[in-house]
Ligand binder design. Structure first.
Ligand code: ADP
Ligand code: MG
Length: 259
Protein backbone atom coordinates (compact mmCIF):
# COMPACT_ATOMS: atom_id res chain seq x y z
CA UNK A 1 0.00 0.00 0.00
CA UNK A 2 1.24 3.45 -0.87
CA UNK A 3 1.66 5.87 2.04
CA UNK A 4 -0.32 9.12 1.79
CA UNK A 5 1.56 12.14 0.41
CA UNK A 6 3.39 13.97 3.17
CA UNK A 7 2.49 17.52 4.09
CA UNK A 8 5.26 20.08 3.61
CA UNK A 9 5.99 22.63 6.34
CA UNK A 10 4.24 25.98 6.24
CA UNK A 11 7.01 28.58 6.14
CA UNK A 12 6.33 31.91 7.86
CA UNK A 13 8.73 34.86 7.74
CA UNK A 14 8.49 37.57 10.40
CA UNK A 15 9.50 40.84 8.80
CA UNK A 16 9.54 44.58 9.34
CA UNK A 17 12.60 46.64 8.43
CA UNK A 18 12.17 48.57 11.66
CA UNK A 19 14.02 47.26 14.72
CA UNK A 20 12.44 46.78 18.14
CA UNK A 21 8.92 45.96 16.87
CA UNK A 22 8.90 42.42 18.38
CA UNK A 23 9.88 40.38 15.33
CA UNK A 24 12.11 38.06 17.36
CA UNK A 25 9.69 37.89 20.30
CA UNK A 26 6.85 37.01 17.93
CA UNK A 27 8.85 34.43 16.00
CA UNK A 28 9.80 32.53 19.16
CA UNK A 29 6.53 32.80 21.04
CA UNK A 30 4.26 31.99 18.12
CA UNK A 31 6.55 29.03 17.39
CA UNK A 32 6.20 27.95 21.04
CA UNK A 33 2.41 28.27 20.79
CA UNK A 34 2.38 26.09 17.66
CA UNK A 35 4.53 23.54 19.51
CA UNK A 36 2.12 23.57 22.46
CA UNK A 37 -0.62 22.58 20.00
CA UNK A 38 1.46 19.54 19.07
CA UNK A 39 3.01 20.88 15.87
CA UNK A 40 6.62 20.24 14.93
CA UNK A 41 8.34 23.62 14.70
CA UNK A 42 11.69 24.94 13.49
CA UNK A 43 12.86 28.52 14.07
CA UNK A 44 15.47 29.93 11.72
CA UNK A 45 17.54 32.86 12.96
CA UNK A 46 18.45 35.04 9.97
CA UNK A 47 19.44 38.07 12.06
CA UNK A 48 23.21 38.58 12.61
CA UNK A 49 22.32 40.02 16.03
CA UNK A 50 21.31 36.48 16.99
CA UNK A 51 18.60 37.52 19.46
CA UNK A 52 16.43 34.51 18.72
CA UNK A 53 19.42 32.19 19.16
CA UNK A 54 20.24 33.89 22.48
CA UNK A 55 16.63 33.74 23.65
CA UNK A 56 16.92 29.93 23.57
CA UNK A 57 20.05 30.10 25.71
CA UNK A 58 22.60 29.68 22.91
CA UNK A 59 25.54 32.07 22.56
CA UNK A 60 25.89 33.25 18.92
CA UNK A 61 29.52 34.21 19.61
CA UNK A 62 30.59 30.65 20.33
CA UNK A 63 28.50 28.49 17.97
CA UNK A 64 30.73 26.52 15.62
CA UNK A 65 28.40 26.38 12.65
CA UNK A 66 25.47 28.63 11.81
CA UNK A 67 23.15 29.89 9.11
CA UNK A 68 26.23 31.60 7.66
CA UNK A 69 27.57 28.20 6.62
CA UNK A 70 24.18 27.17 5.27
CA UNK A 71 23.78 30.30 3.15
CA UNK A 72 27.35 30.79 2.02
CA UNK A 73 28.79 27.26 1.92
CA UNK A 74 25.61 25.22 1.29
CA UNK A 75 26.05 23.31 4.55
CA UNK A 76 22.96 21.15 5.27
CA UNK A 77 20.64 23.07 7.59
CA UNK A 78 20.31 20.01 9.83
CA UNK A 79 23.93 20.56 10.85
CA UNK A 80 23.13 23.95 12.40
CA UNK A 81 19.88 23.03 14.18
CA UNK A 82 20.06 22.86 17.98
CA UNK A 83 17.28 21.28 19.94
CA UNK A 84 16.13 23.44 22.82
CA UNK A 85 12.59 24.29 23.87
CA UNK A 86 12.15 24.79 20.10
CA UNK A 87 14.48 23.57 17.33
CA UNK A 88 16.63 26.54 16.27
CA UNK A 89 18.79 26.93 13.19
CA UNK A 90 21.29 29.26 14.81
CA UNK A 91 22.74 32.60 13.86
CA UNK A 92 26.30 33.59 14.62
CA UNK A 93 28.14 36.86 14.63
CA UNK A 94 29.64 36.17 11.18
CA UNK A 95 26.15 36.13 9.65
CA UNK A 96 26.74 39.90 9.32
CA UNK A 97 29.19 39.07 6.53
CA UNK A 98 26.85 36.70 4.73
CA UNK A 99 25.25 39.32 2.49
CA UNK A 100 28.61 40.27 1.02
CA UNK A 101 29.86 36.68 0.86
CA UNK A 102 26.67 35.66 -0.98
CA UNK A 103 26.63 38.61 -3.34
CA UNK A 104 28.57 36.82 -6.08
CA UNK A 105 26.65 33.57 -5.75
CA UNK A 106 24.28 32.53 -8.51
CA UNK A 107 20.83 32.05 -7.00
CA UNK A 108 21.84 34.07 -3.93
CA UNK A 109 18.20 35.05 -3.20
CA UNK A 110 17.14 31.39 -3.08
CA UNK A 111 19.81 29.95 -0.79
CA UNK A 112 17.48 29.64 2.21
CA UNK A 113 14.56 28.27 0.18
CA UNK A 114 16.90 25.62 -1.19
CA UNK A 115 18.28 24.75 2.25
CA UNK A 116 14.80 24.35 3.78
CA UNK A 117 13.79 21.73 1.21
CA UNK A 118 15.88 19.19 3.13
CA UNK A 119 13.72 19.58 6.24
CA UNK A 120 10.32 20.42 4.73
CA UNK A 121 8.80 17.10 5.80
CA UNK A 122 10.33 17.17 9.29
CA UNK A 123 8.30 20.15 10.49
CA UNK A 124 4.76 21.49 10.34
CA UNK A 125 5.89 25.11 10.71
CA UNK A 126 9.16 26.84 9.92
CA UNK A 127 9.34 30.32 11.49
CA UNK A 128 12.01 32.66 10.13
CA UNK A 129 13.24 35.67 12.11
CA UNK A 130 14.73 38.45 9.99
CA UNK A 131 17.03 41.42 10.58
CA UNK A 132 15.74 45.03 10.61
CA UNK A 133 16.48 45.69 6.93
CA UNK A 134 15.26 44.67 3.50
CA UNK A 135 18.68 43.32 2.46
CA UNK A 136 19.65 39.93 1.07
CA UNK A 137 19.01 38.03 4.32
CA UNK A 138 15.44 39.29 4.50
CA UNK A 139 14.98 38.70 0.77
CA UNK A 140 16.09 35.09 1.31
CA UNK A 141 13.48 34.75 4.06
CA UNK A 142 10.70 36.24 1.92
CA UNK A 143 11.70 34.02 -0.99
CA UNK A 144 11.55 30.90 1.18
CA UNK A 145 8.22 31.83 2.82
CA UNK A 146 4.61 30.95 2.08
CA UNK A 147 3.40 33.68 4.41
CA UNK A 148 4.69 36.82 6.10
CA UNK A 149 3.69 38.12 9.51
CA UNK A 150 4.44 41.80 10.07
CA UNK A 151 4.74 42.87 13.70
CA UNK A 152 4.07 46.58 14.10
CA UNK A 153 4.78 48.61 17.18
CA UNK A 154 1.75 50.77 17.65
CA UNK A 155 3.55 53.53 19.46
CA UNK A 156 5.62 54.55 16.50
CA UNK A 157 3.42 53.39 13.70
CA UNK A 158 5.07 53.96 10.37
CA UNK A 159 2.76 53.56 7.39
CA UNK A 160 5.66 54.41 5.11
CA UNK A 161 7.61 51.45 6.39
CA UNK A 162 4.69 49.11 5.77
CA UNK A 163 4.24 50.41 2.23
CA UNK A 164 7.96 49.91 1.59
CA UNK A 165 7.66 46.32 2.83
CA UNK A 166 4.64 45.76 0.58
CA UNK A 167 6.64 47.07 -2.38
CA UNK A 168 9.46 44.64 -1.60
CA UNK A 169 6.96 41.78 -1.35
CA UNK A 170 5.49 42.79 -4.70
CA UNK A 171 8.95 42.61 -6.25
CA UNK A 172 9.61 39.22 -4.60
CA UNK A 173 6.32 37.88 -6.00
CA UNK A 174 7.22 39.04 -9.51
CA UNK A 175 10.78 37.82 -9.56
CA UNK A 176 11.29 35.06 -7.01
CA UNK A 177 8.30 33.66 -5.14
CA UNK A 178 4.88 34.17 -6.76
CA UNK A 179 2.94 32.55 -3.91
CA UNK A 180 4.14 34.62 -0.95
CA UNK A 181 1.56 36.75 0.81
CA UNK A 182 0.97 38.63 4.05
CA UNK A 183 -0.64 36.37 6.63
CA UNK A 184 -1.33 39.31 8.86
CA UNK A 185 -0.18 42.52 10.50
CA UNK A 186 0.26 42.16 14.25
CA UNK A 187 -0.05 45.13 16.62
CA UNK A 188 2.66 44.65 19.25
CA UNK A 189 3.85 46.49 22.35
CA UNK A 190 0.31 47.78 22.74
CA UNK A 191 -0.16 50.03 25.74
CA UNK A 192 -3.90 49.79 26.26
CA UNK A 193 -3.90 52.73 28.65
CA UNK A 194 -3.03 55.22 25.97
CA UNK A 195 -5.41 56.74 23.47
CA UNK A 196 -2.51 56.92 21.05
CA UNK A 197 -2.24 53.12 20.84
CA UNK A 198 -5.95 52.83 20.06
CA UNK A 199 -5.65 55.52 17.39
CA UNK A 200 -2.67 53.78 15.86
CA UNK A 201 -4.58 50.48 15.65
CA UNK A 202 -7.60 52.23 14.09
CA UNK A 203 -5.35 53.82 11.48
CA UNK A 204 -3.84 50.42 10.77
CA UNK A 205 -7.28 48.86 10.33
CA UNK A 206 -8.43 51.70 8.04
CA UNK A 207 -5.47 51.12 5.78
CA UNK A 208 -5.05 47.36 5.91
CA UNK A 209 -8.55 46.12 6.81
CA UNK A 210 -8.81 42.46 7.75
CA UNK A 211 -5.09 41.96 7.18
CA UNK A 212 -4.70 43.22 10.75
CA UNK A 213 -4.90 40.29 13.18
CA UNK A 214 -7.63 40.40 15.81
CA UNK A 215 -4.96 39.43 18.36
CA UNK A 216 -3.00 42.21 20.00
CA UNK A 217 0.18 41.80 21.98
CA UNK A 218 0.16 43.98 25.06
CA UNK A 219 3.19 45.55 26.61
CA UNK A 220 4.45 43.56 29.59
CA UNK A 221 7.79 43.07 31.30
CA UNK A 222 7.46 39.26 30.93
CA UNK A 223 8.69 39.57 27.35
CA UNK A 224 11.96 41.06 28.52
CA UNK A 225 12.37 38.57 31.39
CA UNK A 226 11.76 35.30 29.53
CA UNK A 227 14.67 35.50 27.02
CA UNK A 228 17.13 36.08 29.84
CA UNK A 229 16.13 32.66 31.17
CA UNK A 230 16.41 31.16 27.68
CA UNK A 231 12.67 30.55 27.52
CA UNK A 232 9.59 31.56 25.59
CA UNK A 233 6.94 33.38 27.63
CA UNK A 234 4.78 30.28 27.26
CA UNK A 235 7.31 28.32 29.27
CA UNK A 236 8.41 31.16 31.57
CA UNK A 237 4.93 32.29 32.61
CA UNK A 238 2.45 29.76 31.20
CA UNK A 239 -0.62 31.26 32.88
CA UNK A 240 0.14 34.91 32.14
CA UNK A 241 -1.57 37.20 29.63
CA UNK A 242 1.60 37.39 27.55
CA UNK A 243 1.56 33.65 26.90
CA UNK A 244 -2.18 33.70 26.24
CA UNK A 245 -1.84 36.47 23.64
CA UNK A 246 0.48 34.30 21.53
CA UNK A 247 -1.80 31.27 21.97
CA UNK A 248 -4.63 33.42 20.61
CA UNK A 249 -2.46 34.46 17.67
CA UNK A 250 -1.60 30.81 16.98
CA UNK A 251 -5.32 29.95 16.90
CA UNK A 252 -5.90 32.77 14.41
CA UNK A 253 -3.11 31.59 12.14
CA UNK A 254 -4.18 27.94 12.38
CA UNK A 255 -7.78 28.82 11.50
CA UNK A 256 -6.62 30.90 8.48
CA UNK A 257 -4.90 27.83 7.18
CA UNK A 258 -8.11 25.84 7.25
CA UNK A 259 -10.16 28.54 5.50
P1 ADP B 1 12.84 43.05 16.97
O1 ADP B 1 13.21 41.63 16.75
O2 ADP B 1 11.77 43.54 16.04
O3 ADP B 1 14.02 43.98 16.97
P2 ADP B 1 12.35 42.22 19.71
O4 ADP B 1 11.46 41.06 19.62
O5 ADP B 1 13.80 41.95 19.96
O6 ADP B 1 12.16 43.18 18.43
O7 ADP B 1 11.76 43.17 20.83
C1 ADP B 1 12.41 44.39 21.16
C2 ADP B 1 12.42 44.56 22.68
O8 ADP B 1 11.09 44.72 23.16
C3 ADP B 1 12.99 43.37 23.40
O9 ADP B 1 13.72 43.84 24.51
C4 ADP B 1 11.78 42.59 23.86
O10 ADP B 1 12.02 41.85 25.03
C5 ADP B 1 10.78 43.69 24.10
N1 ADP B 1 9.40 43.29 23.84
C6 ADP B 1 8.91 42.59 22.79
N2 ADP B 1 7.59 42.43 22.89
C7 ADP B 1 7.21 43.06 24.03
C8 ADP B 1 5.95 43.27 24.68
N3 ADP B 1 4.79 42.82 24.19
N4 ADP B 1 5.95 43.95 25.85
C9 ADP B 1 7.10 44.43 26.36
N5 ADP B 1 8.29 44.28 25.80
C10 ADP B 1 8.37 43.60 24.64
MG1 MG C 1 15.03 40.80 16.28
Amino acid sequence: MESPPQQTAKVIAFANQKGGVAKTTTTLNLAAAFAEEGHRVLCVDMDPQGNLTMSQGIDPDTVQTSMYDVLVHDMPIRDVIRKREIDVACASIDLAGAEIAMSMKIGRERSLAKALKAVQYDYDFICIDTPPSLGLLTINALTAANKVIVPVQCEYLSMRGLIQLQNTLHMIREELNPGVDIEGILPTLVDTRTLHAQEAISLLEENFGDRVFASRIRKTIRFAEAPVKGMSVLKYDPDGVAAQSYRDLAKEVLSHGKG
